[in-house]
Design a protein. Structure first.
Length: 331
């Protein structure tokens, strides 16, 4: 039975192997950076309010092997480190002489100093794809947010990945960012994990007409890559909507939801464990004041009043006894 829990410092070697499946700023394939991230992640679970630090969750199989990970950044965006984006503006121009209306898509650099919670960094062992575990990894974060609601902001942001070229680079960055910063996409991606001031300092502040880019570059703006389509469907089911904003690095779309409107946040209930036979699939987590002890599994549940009937194997995997306080989220 697979279990999701907070990452620990001694997960470093296994997490590094996972990171190599998707080398991103949220989960870089760099042991030194991962070690530092695991340390700050533990601090975040322990109650630190330092902004722009990720909580890392890991998916562990029966053999205690890590098979996936996902992250939450409780507070992203501040006066010291603002959230950067391009607003996507649809503009119309009309020429009386030509009697023609022209439709243009325009990018305008923007920043926000208001914090929001961000989810990202979802990585799953390719051998486990198609088994519903990516969905489990994604949704467990909303149960955790519901359990510790006071730690999180009133809106949750998801920055989705667009298509990349054959070398894993961003066509938008190659056409725009690299020209204004002198950095390759990978260099900029790594640097952005530490600070993003170079975007504000060096990117053009004037409007950028998308029609001036090549067709290949235009095609990735606001577009979600094939491997991210499933994540997009799930987010829409949970109540996320497109914000008409994109990532300034790669052109991937930004989706957002009010935290309290997210389906799994709304439906998470606090119940007491009881031995029995479950009937409906749910995420079953441990309700505890110590977030580092949070654990959650998929299992069958039957609710009766304030109790949740679950079988013995689920009690054992969660390492709890009958009567323990649970978090139950039907999915």
């Amino acid at each position: 039975m697979n279990l999701i829990r907070p990452a620990q410092p001694d997960d470093l070697d296994q997490l590094y192997q996972l990171a190599k499946h998707l080398n991103t700023v949220n989960l870089p394939a760099d042991k030194d950076r991962l070690s530092a991230m695991l340390e700050t992640s533990e601090q975040q679970f322990d109650g630190s309010k330092t902004p722009d630090q990720a909580m890392i969750f890991v998916l562990e199989d029966d053999a205690h092997k890590l098979r996936g990970s996902a992250t939450i950044i409780a507070r992203h965006g501040s006066p010291q480190a603002p959230h950067c984006f391009f607003d996507v503006i649809d503009e119309e121009r009309y020429s009386p002489r030509l009697d023609q209306v022209f439709h243009h898509k325009v990018l305008r650099l923007g920043t926000s100093f208001v914090p929001r919670t961000e989810i990202g960094g979802l990585v799953l062992d390719p051998a486990l794809r198609g088994q519903g575990l990516g969905r489990f990894l994604s949704l467990c974060r909303f149960q955790f947010i519901a359990a510790y609601r006071e730690r999180f902001c009133d809106h949750v942001l998801a920055e989705l990945l667009p298509p990349f070229d054959a070398d894993g680079n961003s066509p938008l960055w190659n056409a725009l960012g690299q020209r204004f910063t002198g950095l390759t996409y990978r260099e900029a991606d790594r640097l952005s994990g530490q600070e993003k001031e170079f975007i504000e300092d060096l990117f053009p502040r004037s409007d950028l007409h998308v029609s001036l880019f090549s067709p290949t570059t235009q095609s990735v703006i606001e577009t979600v890559g094939d491997e991210t389509q499933g994540a997009l469907r799930l987010l829409k089911e949970q109540g996320f909507f497109y914000t008409k904003r994109i990532d300034p690095f790669d052109g991937g779309p930004h989706y957002r939801a009010r935290t309290d409107d997210i389906a799994c946040v709304r439906s998470t209930r606090a119940l007491r464990a009881r031995r029995g036979q479950g009937q409906q699939q749910a995420m079953v987590g441990i309700q505890t004041n110590d977030a580092l002890q949070y654990r959650v599994c998929l299992g069958l549940v039957k609710t009766k009043g304030m109790q949740a009937e679950i079988d013995e194997s689920l009690l054992e995997r969660l390492q709890i006894d009958e009567g323990a306080e649970l978090l139950v989220t039907m999915i």
